[in-house]
Design a binder for this molecule. Structure first.
Ligand SMILES: [Zn+2]
Length: 333
């Protein structure tokens, strides 16, 4: 073996023993220590998608939307990933203990992964890193208290809003991965959407997609069995986020402004021009802050349901491109 070959062999052995720990976030071509990476999609050859259901706070407990979604998933033997805000769970326990118990039983009986979604659902980018970490840890405590088990090492920032401090806060809170989404069902945008429009807005899902839905929308509860059936008709199986991540390669998100775009299938953004990604935390790359309706510690309250708010029957008009707006009281990521 020549000297060059020996060097090459040593290099291969050395590199083979190295792996990139989860504590490194990829920023452009650099790795940044002590920041959790942001994942929006998984590249996989497996026919897997992840349906995520966020928040669990509601303005009207008579709707039973969270319970209906869980019942549908259990009946279909479909896996979901739940990202509840801690304050939403606490509100269920305090205001509707019977519903809280039913939610706990349904989750125990089905296939669910839990992810942290903060306690009071703030716009994290408005908070310093220490306050962001406190929100994340308080969300974890609420999930443990409600479900009797801790969330996975997955964190989803409210509104999909994050910056470098969020990455640091998630890392120090023990969450090695920040998860956003690749397809927004659009169910939190404005008034309740027709079921067929929700279906159309997730119809482009393919292997590795992460679909965003919410637990507090009647249209989502009505659409969920159809969404699961549609995905299966395409040969796709809903799995938990961890299962999806274990069967593919994460696609990292480098630019916080990415999540300002509305990723419904009816309104896919045009690809950004080629160029180096912006550094998270760069002021010019930060999203315009969303104005949440919530006061910290108090779950957002939706307006009382009106007759016109009932999910209309099929057929619905085809989806049309819409401006991205997040002005609904329960709008979220
Ligand atoms: Zn949310």
């Amino acid at each position: 073996m020549s000297r060059l070959s020996r060097y090459a062999a040593c290099l291969i052995v050395l590199l083979g023993g190295l792996s990139v720990p989860a504590s490194y976030a990829f920023v452009g071509d650099q790795m940044v220590h002590d920041r959790s990476p942001v994942i929006s999609h998984v590249q996989t050859v497996m026919p897997y998608v992840a349906i995520t259901v966020d928040d669990f706070y509601t303005g009207d407990y008579r709707r039973l939307t969270a319970i209906h979604i869980l019942e549908v998933a259990n009946a279909a033997h479909a896996a979901l990933t739940l990202c509840p805000a801690g304050s939403g769970l606490q509100a269920y326990s305090r205001l509707e203990p019977a519903q809280a118990t039913e939610i706990q039983q349904l989750v125990a009986a089905g296939t669910y992964e839990l992810c942290d979604h903060t306690y009071s659902h703030p716009v994290l980018t408005k908070l310093p890193a220490a306050a962001q970490e406190k929100e994340i840890l308080n969300g974890q405590v609420a999930i443990k208290r409600f479900f009797g088990r801790a969330p996975s090492s997955l964190f989803r920032p409210p509104y999909g809003s994050w910056n470098a401090q969020t990455q640091e806060a998630a890392y120090h809170a023990g969450y090695g991965r920040i998860i956003t989404w690749s397809i927004d069902s659009g169910d939190s945008e404005g008034p309740e959407k027709p079921v067929q429009m929700l279906l159309a807005d997730v119809a482009c899902a393919g292997p590795g997609d992460i679909i965003l839905t919410h637990a507090n929308r009647r249209s989502t509860a009505a659409a969920m069995p159809k969404i699961i059936a549609m995905l299966r008709a395409k040969g796709l199986e809903p799995v938990t986020l961890s299962t999806l991540l274990a069967n593919g390669t994460p696609a990292y998100s480098y630019n916080p402004a990415d999540m300002r775009r509305l990723y419904t299938c009816g309104h896919h953004p045009t690809p950004a021009p080629a160029g180096p990604p912006s550094l998270p935390g760069t002021p010019s790359a930060l999203p315009v802050p969303v104005s949440p309706s919530s006061v910290p510690g108090v779950p957002p309250v939706a307006p009382a349901p009106a007759a016109s708010d009932i999910v209309p029957p099929e057929p619905a008009p085809p989806p049309t491109p819409r401006a991205h707006r997040r002005n609904d009281p329960e709008a979220d990521g």
